[in-house]
Write a protein that binds this ligand. Structure first.
Ligand code: URA
Length: 472
């Protein structure tokens, strides 16, 4: 096995990949390792640096493949360098199908490049600058942004070309870009990021919030269109994002009907006789989960996240607690762990529409880290307090097979002596149900080693297959 260590950026990979091709090294014989460039203060941006291997051998690739490789290189995935080398290797062997979306590698390459282009578009759309107090000096404007992929250098160039000579800084969780009016610089690492981004809202922002509130029309609220135009994961970086959950929940809780009634009332029209009982507006079934105070987690959560899925589902998937995105959206498993779970379900042939997804704890427990909200494992008391709701769901849904995802979910059902290591992959009876224990998808996401991650995902897939084969 050849170990190739590179800086985590395209030009370094390209130079090393060309060398490896020249030595005829097959993809499976290379272990690509990366190191982040030293986080020196305001180095020249890495993306602008010239390629290192000026005298490296050249192979000719199509213009399209070159741009796919370049874009896909910004996809956040530790395995991308070995994958890109496999693509390049196949091309160098004369296998042109690798650049086609009909090929498995080609399809993955297109998907990665598309996601990165989407992240570039998002960065332009969702970066919001705040003006700093002039007495603080440069930078005049700062923004905090959490890109899905490594597009900071690209986005910074976009803003540098459009913001004249004003000085600004864009901070992200893993680096910052600064423009001093003339030159663009990039710093990798967290050092400055959140300090610079912590700027109080400026006057323009207060005006913008007032405006946003006034143009938000609850009568015309279409939640899926809203989320399509402004995905939930960007809300926390946008000033108006802080308003949306409340505006939406007010709309759901009656403001929509009031506004609709007002606009319908304003139309006039002819009077018709109706039975007073039938004229009652349709109301959501009352539930007290929204007002649950059985533990303190409600205090810092946006909302309680109830389970979702058909009420006669045969399989229930039980997670730990909602994450950041679930808390904002009010639905379980819509964030990165949900995506991984969705992929696993697909592999196992289990349709999401046929399972009931829920969590042992219904409020998001978190702690602040800079501008981010980091997941915190719920305490035993919180799990116990919330079992009140879980028991209702177990009764109402009547699922016969419960797949517990992770240790908290397992302990919520079988008690805290039930350890994951002793139960993983096993079927255990519980009341009139069967419980299949497996890992939590976030555990797979946390694994940097590709093989270990795949083993965890495969175990989740196997548990889902097992659950769907059980006739409880
Ligand atoms: N993790 C969970 O356990 N549940 C969710 O809904 C999301 C992430």
């Amino acid at each position: 096995m050849h170990v190739i260590a590179i800086d985590d950026e395209f030009d370094a990979w390209r130079a090393a990949a060309l060398d490896a091709l020249a030595q005829n090294l097959a993809p499976e014989s290379i272990d690509w390792r990366t190191s982040q460039a030293e986080p020196a203060l305001f180095n020249e941006t890495a993306a602008l640096a010239p390629p290192k291997a000026a005298d490296a051998p050249h192979i000719r690739v199509s213009r399209e493949l070159a741009s796919l490789l370049k874009d896909a290189a910004h996809f956040r995935d530790a395995r991308r360098w070995s994958f890109l080398y496999r693509v390049l290797w196949r091309w160098a062997q004369g296998d042109r199908s690798v650049a086609s979306p009909a090929d498995e590698d080609g399809a993955r390459l297109y998907k990665m490049a598309k996601a990165v282009r989407r992240a570039q578009h998002d960065m332009i759309a969702y970066v919001r600058f705040r003006q700093r107090d002039a007495s603080l000096g440069a930078p005049e404007f700062v923004a905090w942004y959490e890109p899905d992929h490594d597009v900071l250098a690209w986005g910074a160039e976009h803003f540098a070309a459009r913001m004249g000579r004003s000085t600004w800084l864009i901070a992200t969780p893993d680096g910052a870009a600064m423009f001093d009016g003339e030159r663009l610089r990039l710093e990798r690492g967290r050092a400055l990021a959140s300090d610079h981004a912590n700027v109080a809202p400026d006057a323009a922002e207060a005006l913008w919030m007032t405006y946003y509130r006034s143009i938000f029309n609850p009568a015309r609220l279409n939640e899926s269109a809203l989320e399509q135009h402004m995905p939930v994961r960007f809300w926390k970086g946008l000033p108006e994002g802080a308003l949306i959950p409340k505006l939406v929940s007010d709309a759901r809780g009656g403001a929509r009907r009031v506004a609709q009634a007002q606009s319908v009332g304003a139309l006039g029209g002819k009077a018709v006789q109706v039975d007073a009982r039938e004229a009652q507006p349709e109301r959501d079934a009352p539930t007290s989960l929204d007002t649950c105070r059985r533990c303190d987690l409600w205090r810092n959560a946006t909302q309680a996240v109830r389970g979702a899925g058909p009420s006669d589902a045969r399989i229930m998937l039980l997670g730990e607690q909602p994450g950041d995105q679930e808390d904002l959206k009010g639905e379980p498993f819509v964030g990165p762990a949900g995506q991984l779970l969705q992929d696993a379900m697909q592999r196992a042939g289990v349709a999401r529409e046929q399972v009931y997804l829920t969590n042992a704890v219904k409020h998001f427990k978190w702690e602040p880290r800079g501008k981010r909200r980091l997941h915190k494992t719920p305490a035993q008391q919180e799990v116990e307090a919330c079992s009140y709701w879980l028991e209702q769901e177990l009764h109402d849904v009547g699922a016969k097979v419960i797949v517990t995802l992770g240790a908290t979910a397992l302990a919520a059902l079988l008690g805290r002596r039930a350890t994951l290591s002793a139960h993983v992959g096993r079927v255990v009876p519980y009341l009139d149900k069967l419980v299949v224990a497996t890992y939590h998808p976030s555990y797979a996401l946390r694994q940097n080693d590709e093989a270990a991650r795949e083993r965890t995902v495969a175990a989740i897939v196997a548990a889902l297959e097992l659950a769907s084969s059980l006739k409880a």
